[in-house]
Write a protein of this length. Structure first.
Length: 451
């Protein structure tokens, strides 16, 4: 009835909602994949509808539906209501039961449903009841105006036509969409050969098909939304690697990039050695390194930067890990660094090892001390029987501090760095152990006294 051909205008198509600008009811035309590829509702519920207003009373003999052309969204089933020029809607029924009409299972298959008897309506609505992913539809209506020429009794309609009952006695043959004729003989309508403007948008070629047509984007263009837009061939690296791709409207060209010149002999681009001809700009410390089609500036070892404008000294001593071993000190220099051993270490086999000051007699200790080597240094340790008092070692009086093992019946006599034990009068022994004498104490000059 002209939804595909545009005879039913976009202003005659309306809907409950649209998902976005390019999914309005005007994009819900059968076999047309413009915009988002279909009418798509903003909400996914059973309150959504797609409406066609034919502006006059028409016989509606059937409908056709498709899903969304560009993604997996389609209506699985719908209900159908219609009305004349009044406000009351009539439900489509069969045997007095409202019908839920089976619809689509994929994007592009056309699913037909014919009404018997035909419906008389000015305005119709599709009410989606179930769907895949999202509510998206493309539609067409089949039928004719009320003054359509009736068929002969008994039908005789073309296979590309439908025979519609006007009343109990009269019928009419109507060529379906994409065909033209008197209904008894229907021929393919070549929409592309029409004298009127092409049904396809700009930058497309119209290709006639049996009962319909398709709009194919011309070479160098691709379908984007509702138009064919220029393909940027350059993003697919279509030119040789040594050439630069320049996109043009509907095509492209390949040209030599900067740093190359065209060699007419073999139609290739050859490199210009900027370093050899002096056509480069680098930092005074940097070196020019030629590459195919260009060059780069390399800072020397120990420096960092892009090379063209900056070559800054690298402070290796701040890096992690430290370039020097843990017994040395790192000293940064221009373009490098040096490692010096810490105090108390000397370099051996490229490593800093401990220097034994005690073995080499290079130490300063007071009397009554012993030199003890430590890692990176040494210490002065008091000898046995002495203790530290400031920088000096003084004698420890073990007798006063009870730091001796003399017997309780012995005298403790302090000596330099030690002590001695003597048994008291009336006792005998080594002082560590003293026992009471059983005989009177003898004087030293008494030779007859038993000791």
């Amino acid at each position: 009835m002209g939804i595909i051909r545009g005879e039913i205008l976009s202003t005659q198509l309306s809907s409950s909602s649209r998902a976005h600008h390019y999914s309005g009811p005007e994009y819900g035309r059968l076999n047309i994949g413009l915009g988002y590829g279909a009418w798509c509702a903003a909400k996914q519920d059973k309150n959504q509808y797609l409406q066609v207003d034919m502006l006059e009373m028409m016989f509606v003999s059937g409908v056709a539906t498709q899903g969304c052309m560009i993604n997996d969204s389609w209506v699985r089933s719908y209900k159908f209501v219609y009305r004349g020029d009044g406000k009351a809607w009539t439900k489509y029924t069969e045997a007095d039961t409202e019908q839920e009409i089976a619809a689509n299972w994929d994007r592009n298959t056309v699913v037909l449903h014919f009404f018997s008897p035909v419906l008389l309506a000015q305005c119709v609505r599709f009410l989606p009841q179930s769907w895949e992913n999202a509510i998206c539809m493309r539609i067409e209506l089949y039928g004719c105006s009320m003054d359509q020429f009736p068929c002969a009794e008994g039908g005789g309609c073309s296979p590309q036509a439908v025979c519609m009952a006007l009343d109990k006695e009269n019928e009419v043959c109507v060529c379906i969409e994409g065909y033209h004729g008197n209904g008894k003989l229907c021929k393919d309508l070549d929409e592309c050969a029409s004298d009127s403007a092409s049904p396809c948008p700009e930058h497309t070629d119209c290709v006639n098909t049996e009962g319909s047509f398709t709009c194919n984007c011309r070479p160098g263009f691709t379908k984007q939304h509702f138009t064919c837009e220029d393909v940027n061939e350059c993003k697919d690296d279509i030119c040789p690697s040594h050439m630069k791709c320049i996109n043009t409207f509907g095509s492209y060209t390949c040209d030599c990039t900067s740093g190359k010149v065209y060699n007419a002999a073999d139609k290739t681009c050859i490199d210009v050695d900027e370093c050899s001809v002096g056509a480069f700009t680098c930092h005074p410390l940097a070196s020019c390194v030629n590459t195919f089609g260009s060059y780069y500036c390399a800072c020397p070892a120990g420096y960092t930067g892009r090379g063209k404008t900056v070559c800054a000294d690298v402070d290796e001593c701040r890096q992690t890990p430290d370039p020097c071993d843990h017994n040395s000190i790192c000293h940064n220099t221009k373009g490098g660094y040096q490692c010096s051993c810490k105090t108390g270490y000397i370099r051996e086999a490229n490593k800093c090892v401990d220097y034994d000051e005690c073995s080499n007699k290079e130490y300063e200790c007071q009397r009554h001390t012993t030199c003890v080597n430590t890692d990176g240094s040494y210490k002065c340790q008091c000898t046995l029987g002495f203790f530290h008092s400031g920088p000096y070692c003084i004698d420890l009086n073990e007798c006063l501090g009870k730091q001796h093992n003399c017997d309780v019946n012995a005298w403790c006599i302090n000596t330099a760095g030690s002590y001695r034990c003597f048994c008291k009068k009336g006792y005998r022994g080594d002082g560590i152990k003293c026992v009471k004498q059983e005989t009177p104490y003898c004087e030293a000059e008494d030779e007859n006294c038993e000791r």
